[in-house]
Write a protein that binds this ligand. Structure first.
Ligand SMILES: Cc1cc2nc3c(=O)[nH]c(=O)nc-3n(C[C@H](O)[C@H](O)[C@H](O)COP(=O)(O)OP(=O)(O)OC[C@H]3O[C@@H](n4cnc5c(N)ncnc54)[C@H](O)[C@@H]3O)c2cc1C
Length: 310
């Protein structure tokens, strides 16, 4: 029994979501291999070989894999899928784009968003926005799985010594073409990898106020900035800051929610945070039911005071 983890990488380094996925793969009970499908990605393959618990890295290098097009990555996975009992993807935008293609071609049911491995064929996954946990058993020969990264600790990025084997890169599928990419440049930690997140809600009232009030706190704490959907929909914060059921799922060491009511769809994205601090002027706000520390206060005075105190 061998599990294959599909690495999330930028061709030079391995992204943190891969490490949590390796932990899930190790819990499946057998050997763990990693596929690094990229272009000129030798450095990423080298980094993957250092991950504790991984016995082999398969480095597939091809120009067709330079832009992470899902059709090509899926073909690369399928080229070696026959050797594996489990194929695991991090439940990221990339992973969720490739996994269903692989599952469909293998004619197996995808097992999505697992948070626990009970046994090699039985897994747990949250349903109804995290309000219930389903235990799912699969009798398929190959288990194609996406892993909710907040459900598993990260494997150590160093300390391993896997062998690196090269696989022939697939040809371009011709089904899609890379047109361009607009990347937001930010010095802040990426939301899903941030140790501290400071999130603002509808109460902020405008994009200007959001920046004026929330940014100094995030700067002080070297935190990632998040937002509720209401704040995003109102244009106070960019779309990729949204935390929740239809946004990002996060579990930082510290999550500070200011002016967020705590709707279940928001809680679904952050309730696994280690310490939750809520600032809300309504003492009945549902966010207080998950908060470790709650401050009933006006955020427009409490947040600047917090920044000064810090
Ligand atoms: C299918 C679906 C998916 C969804 N997905 C998401 C998701 O991914 N993420 C998400 O966040 N939401 C999501 N939602 C929306 C969700 O239901 C809520 O509408 C949203 O989270 C509310 O955002 P909010 O807490 O900022 O706003 P509100 O619910 O309006 O809360 C604002 C809060 O600010 C407090 N407040 C007001 N003024 C101040 C002040 N001066 N100081 C302190 N506190 C103050 C109020 O007491 C209130 O509690 C989804 C909804 C649906 C139906």
């Amino acid at each position: 029994m061998t599990a294959l983890v599909i690495a999330e990488h930028d061709h030079a380094s391995i992204k943190p979501a891969t490490l949590n996925t390796v932990t899930a793969a190790l819990a499946c009970g057998g050997d763990v291999h990693i596929l690094v499908a990229g272009a000129n990605a030798a450095e990423a393959a080298k980094a993957a070989a250092q991950i504790a618990g991984v016995s082999k890295v398969i480095a597939a290098d091809s120009a067709s894999l330079a832009e992470n097009l899902a059709e090509n990555v899926a073909a690369q996975v399928l080229a070696i899928a026959g050797n594996y009992s489990h194929i695991l993807f991090p439940s990221t935008a990339n992973g969720k784009n490739v996994a269903p293609r692989v599952a469909a071609k293998l004619d197996v049911a995808q097992i999505s968003d697992i948070t626990k491995v009970d046994s090699p064929d039985t897994f747990e996954r949250p349903i109804y926005a995290g309000n219930a946990i389903a235990t799912v058993q699969s009798t398929d020969a190959t288990k194609v799985i996406t892993v909710r990264t907040t459900g598993f600790d990260a494997a150590a990025a160093t300390g391993g010594s896997a062998t690196v084997e090269t696989a022939e890169g697939v040809a371009d599928s011709g089904k899609s073409a890379f047109v361009g990419r607009e990347v937001t440049k930010s010095d802040r930690p990426e939301l899903t990898a941030a140790k501290i997140i400071v999130s603002g809600g509808r109460a902020l009232g405008s994009a200007e106020k959001f920046t004026e009030v929330m940014t100094p706190l995030a700067d002080k704490l070297n935190a990632g900035l998040g937002a509720s959907r209401a704040a995003v929909d109102a244009g106070y914060a960019p779309n990729d800051w949204q935390v929740g059921q239809t946004g990002k799922i996060v579990a930082p060491q510290l999550y500070i929610a200011a002016g967020i009511s705590g709707a279940i769809q928001h809680l679904a994205g952050m309730k696994d945070s280690k310490v939750i601090v809520a600032i809300n002027k309504d003492e009945e706000a549902p966010i207080f039911s998950v908060a470790d520390y709650g401050l009933v206060a006006d955020l427009f005075t409490a947040v600047p005071e917090l920044v000064t105190t810090l």
